[in-house]
Design a protein around this ligand. Structure first.
Ligand code: DHB
Ligand code: FE
Length: 281
């Protein structure tokens, strides 16, 4: 691993903490009963682990030191989004009959530039990687097209880096809000993202190394699909054949969310179609 990559990974954690605070997602309040119920269960789960595994003072102190360090590294957003968010997403989207959801992850930024379909995502003149034409329809459960639906898309570049979190990338690189056409069709030209390794140089990386796990997420596109009168869905799409599609560290892959792009007839990279189905609000 190069020094440059290490610097980038550390910065990503701190930036994710800053962004989470700015987005003020933690504003909702819960009743005393609910706080007591959830806190009691979490504390009990920890105590049960200590008792059943006969945790030693050395192990307890190692945990204490590690928890302190996660905060100092700004890696709580990373830790939670990798190891916990998938269950929250499962609960939140249980009711849906349309497109499956997946985790948002720590690298979403609201208010990306709005583009009409067919669109090319903002990218550098020399953006590396395989061009990808990503297209399809947005409909409701009855199969009716939803004109004016929007596709918010953000993803890593060919090196696995996200704009606004890794330094040196243009502000909105590989991020946009694409408005579907009058037939509810979207067409997006982008670059295939690379598999993504969660930062390995901070506390989450230390845990992964100490446990002998790996740090990889399969390559993925992040998406938020919405239309007036329908529930917004936050999801991700993956790529068939990716070596990490079967062992995502964030447990966020679902079989319905795997793309199988084919080479384009004109030789300009690959193309794939995916139709989104929205649940009524
Ligand atoms: C993390 C990064 C991602 O791109 C993602 O989708 C989920 C989690 C992370 O580093 O925690
Ligand atoms: Fe991601």
């Amino acid at each position: 691993m190069t020094i440059e990559f290490q610097a980038t990974a550390a910065a990503s954690g701190a930036n994710a903490t800053e962004r989470f605070r700015e987005n003020k997602k933690a504003a909702a309040s819960s009743s005393q009963e609910r706080v007591s119920q959830l806190a009691s269960r979490l504390i009990k789960a920890i105590n049960d682990t200590v008792l059943e595994e006969k945790v030693t003072y050395d192990e307890y102190n190692a945990l204490k030191a590690w928890l302190i360090q996660v905060g100092e590294d700004g890696e709580w957003p990373l830790f939670l989004d990798v190891w916990v968010e998938h269950s929250v997403e499962q609960v939140a989207n249980e009711y849906r009959e349309g497109t499956k959801g997946s985790i948002e992850g720590p690298y979403y930024v609201p208010d990306s530039p709005q583009l009409d379909s067919p669109a090319t995502l903002p990218m550098r003149d020399n953006e590396q990687g395989t061009p990808l034409l990503f297209q399809g329809n947005i409909t409701n459960l009855a199969g009716e097209k939803l004109p004016g639906a929007s596709v918010e898309i953000w993803h890593a570049d060919d090196e696995g880096f996200y704009s606004q979190f890794a330094p040196g990338l243009p502000e909105w690189n590989l991020r946009a809000t694409v408005i579907a056409d009058a037939d509810g069709r979207y067409e997006i030209n982008t670059m295939q993202p690379a598999p993504y390794q969660i930062p390995t140089d901070g506390s989450c990386g230390k845990l992964i190394a100490a446990a002998g796990w790996h740090a990889w997420r399969p390559a993925h596109l992040h998406l938020k699909i919405s239309a007036p009168g329908y529930h917004l869905i936050t999801s991700q799409l993956y790529f068939k054949g990716d070596s990490h599609v079967g062992d995502d560290i964030a447990s966020a892959v679902k079989p319905e969310l795997i793309l199988d792009p084919t080479p384009r007839a004109d030789g300009a990279g690959r193309e794939v179609s995916y139709d989104f189905v929205l649940d009524p609000a």
